[in-house]
Design a protein around this ligand. Structure first.
Ligand code: GTP
Ligand code: MG
Length: 210
């Protein structure tokens, strides 16, 4: 899979606006400002394909990117951002919930968590919910560059324990140094390849009564 062959497809504000499920979706979820858009930019080796911001709450819709005519990358709105109205938060949450529960071609949710901070309830809840729904997910601990090697190991072990994960089930990452980027690329490609997309049943149109 050539991640560099990528283009922006569309921004969906409602489920009916999603593109046809012709390719697997790999979606990127995480708290507001955790670094979702930055991670996607590194994945596709672009500096600003996806808008990043120091202001939380930048991404407010499901932003679709098509990679190599083989895979959709989906930048999801961040959660846990206090400074938006209750109403806006509810509508994002509704959209996210419906998306994850109903998108049949969702191959993996990459759950991005800040390696510097202690585990937040919302991150734990997201992972518990994905487990409950039996949706494949890949936890990524990001902003590793902000910590010493020792503290990276220490914090990663604490997050692993809090999320009941083993070290080989997650990736430690940095969008600044590209730490973990190669394994992220290969894990995502593996998730995408494991999903078989059923072809559209064109014969349906031909088999009706004449
Ligand atoms: P929303 O769309 O608002 O939810 O944010 P987001 O999760 O997409 O985060 P974004 O990629 O916009 O990054 C937020 C801030 O964190 C920006 O200032 C980035 O430069 C910074 N950032 C993201 N990833 C890293 C990283 O790995 N290391 C460091 N040092 N900074 C990072
Ligand atoms: Mg973003």
């Amino acid at each position: 899979m050539d991640y560099r062959k990528v283009h922006f497809l569309l921004s969906a504000h409602a489920i009916r606006q999603l593109p046809a499920p012709d390719y697997p979706d790999v979606a990127f979820a995480g708290r507001s400002n955790v670094g979702k858009s930055s991670l996607i930019n590194r994945l596709v080796d672009r500096t600003s394909l996806v808008k990043t911001s120091s202001k939380p709450g930048k991404t407010q819709s499901l932003n679709y990117f098509l990679v190599d005519d083989a895979l959709y990358l989906v930048d999801l709105p961040g959660y846990g951002f206090a400074q938006v109205s209750q109403e806006t938060r509810k509508s994002w949450q509704g959209l996210l919930t419906e998306y994850v529960e109903t998108r049949s071609t969702l191959a993996c949710v990459v759950v991005i968590i800040d390696l510097r901070h202690e585990l937040k309830a919302l991150d734990r809840e997201l992972i518990d919910w994905l487990r409950y729904l039996k949706k494949p997910f890949l936890p990524v601990y990001t902003k590793a560059d902000k910590l010493s090697r020792n503290n990276q190991l220490k914090n990663a072990a604490i997050l692993d324990a809090g999320l009941t994960l083993t070290a080989d089930e997650r990736i430690v990452f940095s969008a600044r140094t590209d730490h973990g980027l190669d394994s992220l690329r290969s894990r995502i490609a593996a998730f995408a390849n494991s999903m078989v997309i059923a072809p559209e049943k064109e014969e349906d149109n031909l088999t009706g009564p004449i």
